[in-house]
Structures are given as C-alpha cells and as structure tokens.
Design a protein around this ligand. Structure first.
Ligand SMILES: Cc1ncc(COP(=O)(O)O)c(C=O)c1O
Length: 383
C-alpha cells in the first residue's frame, strides 16, 4: 500500500489521525478558538497548569540548572547536578535505585526490550500499553499475553513455561490507560511468590502522584514496594513535567545502563527539566488535598454512571463512558462538545469491538460546578 492510499482509507473509515494545536489552562482547553472543559488531559492533579508553582520554580533555578540541553546521553554528558537531585528524591521516595528516561514510551520500549532476551519470557496483560508491546517487537525473547486481569490465565501460562526459562517477567499497568481499572497487586505478588524465577514489572503511568499519602503510587499504597521488581513512573501526566523513571534494585539498574538502547543512544533530559522534575517531585508529595479532591470527583462520576445504568469498569480518574459501537462514540463526542466538554472518542480497533467510548479523564482542576455539569450531561445523553 502506498502512503496516500493508507491516508485515504483512514479518512474514509473516520480514523485519520491529525495533530491540531490546542491550548490548555486549568480545567479549560481551547480548540479551533472555542473554549471547552477539558476531559482529555493527563494533568491529573492540575500541577502543569499551576502558574504560581511555575513561577516559584523559575525563581529557584540558576547557574548550571538553567542549561536547556544535556547535550548527550546519560552515559556521556547527560548526567549533572539536577540529575543527581532528581535521583535522590526518587530513591528516597521508593528506597530503590532510580534510572531516568526521556519519556515513558522510551523507557518501556527500551526496558522491556532489554529484559526480553532468549532466556527470559515476558508475559504481559492483554491491555498493556503500546510502548510495552513495542519493547517486545524486534527483541530476541518471546512474549505471551494473558487476558486482561485474568490471573488464572496468567498462572496457566507461568505453569506451562517457568521451567523453560531463566526468568519470567509479568508486565502490567497499575491503573489501565483505557479502562481506568487497576491490577490486583495482592494476587500478582501471591502468584509470583509461588515460583523462584518470576518477577513483576508495574507501569504506574496513570497512578504515580495519585496514590499513597506521599504520591508514590499504587504499589506504595498497596504496601508492595519491596515485592515489585520494576516500577515505571512517568512524569508527563500526574507530575506535570516530562520524562520517566524506573525504580529497581541496584543490579537491575546497572544491567539496564549497560543494555537499554533507548537510554544509551539518546540525549538525556536537560538539566533544566531535571531541576523541574526534582522540584515537582518534592511538591507533589505534599499535594494530598489535590489527591483527595480527585478521588472525590471520580467517585461522584462513577456513581453517576451507575445511576444511569452505564457499565462502569473504572475505579480511578480515567472513566470510560462506554457507548458500544463506533458511531455512538462519535455521537457522544458531538453531544459532549455541544455541552461544552472536550472528551475524545476511542473506537475499535483501539478498544475491543462493541466497547467504543469517550475517555473521560478527570483532573483536580475541574471546579465543582463543572463536575456537576458533567454529571448532568451524562444523564441527558441518549444512545
Ligand atoms: C500506560 C502507559 N505507559 C506509558 C506511556 C508513555 O508515557 P509517555 O507519555 O511519558 O511517553 C503511556 C502514555 O500514555 C501510558 O498510557
């Protein structure tokens, strides 16, 4: 197929992807010169929109921290004073070794690629993010998928394979990016403990900053930090910054420095960005009031969905408003937009057939009246 054919086909099927500049501030987004209430942002605590915080940070940086480029891979010139500062904050938050990446995508694809050797088997949840799956592609090792959160299926796969491999690495998200449900860490850890060569990798992209009274995430709030071997945190969502960080033991940390291509062959985040990460990491630990607000408004929207008879699979701030078929998701998108909300439709094949939805992504910056208006809009929508 040539390029134009693919574009024409995507356009005809209503799934042509485009990039449109949008401006976001607090709970609002401006698209095509119109203001909407933003239900498409991953700025879950509203930290990226906090101008006082931005000013406080800018006033605090000077000297080498102001440098806008690290001008090399972390192995060359990419590590500096603010890199060490961010490392110290993450290591004391998790009591594990910290390793930074330019994004969650670069981290997952590189790390899973480095783990997926011929001697290891990766077993990933069926709904694992594209960056995880990307890591397997082109790697030497094999990957199996278990049905979403189906740990009996997972156990059958482990049982059939654990003697054939040096290690098995289970890969899951803490909060799933499309359904907003969570993995069951108690069940996963109990399963891991039955074998001596099974390890767990948890992607906290949508839970870091949001759980535990210091924001360390879901593994921390479930008291499982010492049982989870690899914890991937991303900084572009709840933290309101940029980059990603893997927490692991020191041996794994050193192994990744020596094997992970997206780390070795890529320019590190700038000293300025590391300084911002360190600043935001300190701030978010104290942001319990914002976490509490996010839980409250999320619970209110979950209850609204249930009250209206919609399926609610979510237990977090990511709330799929499941409409069923693709056309209904488009209809819901238009209805919500006409009511002043910007929430993106997610359609098959991104989600299973019959599970098309609007992905409602709540943030602590939504005002009470905006949340009430959202509940009214959900109630008023007719499929
Ligand atoms: C579960 C999950 N992991 C990783 C990523 C990638 O993170 P980043 O946006 O920092 O590249 C995403 C992005 O949405 C995600 O949803």
């Amino acid at each position: 197929m040539n390029m134009q054919q693919l574009l024409d086909e995507n356009l005809k099927a209503g799934k042509l992807r485009t990039i449109v500049a949008k401006s976001q501030h607090q709970s609002k987004i401006i698209v095509d010169n119109k203001d909407y209430i933003n239900l498409s942002s991953n700025d879950y605590l509203g930290l990226a929109s906090n101008l006082n915080l931005a000013k406080e940070f800018l006033d605090s940086v000077s000297g080498p921290y102001i440098r806008q480029s690290s001008s090399g891979s972390p192995l060359l010139t990419g590590a500096h004073e603010s890199y060490l500062e961010a490392t110290e904050v993450m290591e004391s938050l998790f009591n594990k070794s910290a390793l930074f990446f330019t994004s969650g995508f670069a981290a997952n694809s590189g790390l899973i690629g480095a783990l997926a050797t011929k001697e290891n088997l990766i077993i990933a949840d069926k709904l694992a993010h594209a960056s995880i799956i990307n890591g397997i592609k082109g790697a030497e090792g094999k990957c199996l998928r278990y049905a979403h959160n189906d740990y009996e299926h997972l156990q059958r796969l482990i049982e059939a394979n654990h003697e054939k491999y040096d290690s098995i690495i289970i890969v899951t998200e803490a909060v799933f990016s499309m359904d907003g449900d969570k993995c069951d860490l108690n069940a996963l850890v109990a399963l891991k403990k039955r074998y001596d060569n099974v390890y767990i990798y948890v992607d906290e992209a949508h839970s870091f900053c949001l759980y535990n009274d210091n924001g360390a995430g879901f593994c921390a709030s479930e008291n499982k930090l010492s049982d989870i071997d690899f914890i991937l945190t991303t900084f572009g969502k709840g933290l309101g910054s940029q980059g990603a960080c893997l927490l692991s033991n020191k041996v794994a940390h050193d192994y990744f420095i020596n094997t992970t291509r997206s780390l070795i062959f890529s320019t590190a985040l700038s000293p300025f960005t590391f300084a911002h990460n360190a600043f935001m990491l300190k701030y978010m630990q104290k942001a319990q009031a914002l976490r509490d607000r996010l839980y409250r408004i999320s619970d209110f929207i979950h209850e609204t969905l249930i009250e209206c008879g919609y399926e609610n699979v979510s237990s977090s701030q990511i709330i799929p408003f499941i409409t069923g078929d693709n056309d209904k998701a488009i209809k819901a998108f238009a209805f919500f937009r006409d009511n002043g909300f910007y929430a993106m439709p997610i359609r098959h094949p991104t989600v299973p057939l019959g599970k098309a939805r609007l992905r409602l992504s709540l943030t602590a910056s939504l005002t009470d009246s905006e949340v009430e208006k959202l509940a009214k809009t959900i109630k008023a929508f007719r499929i």
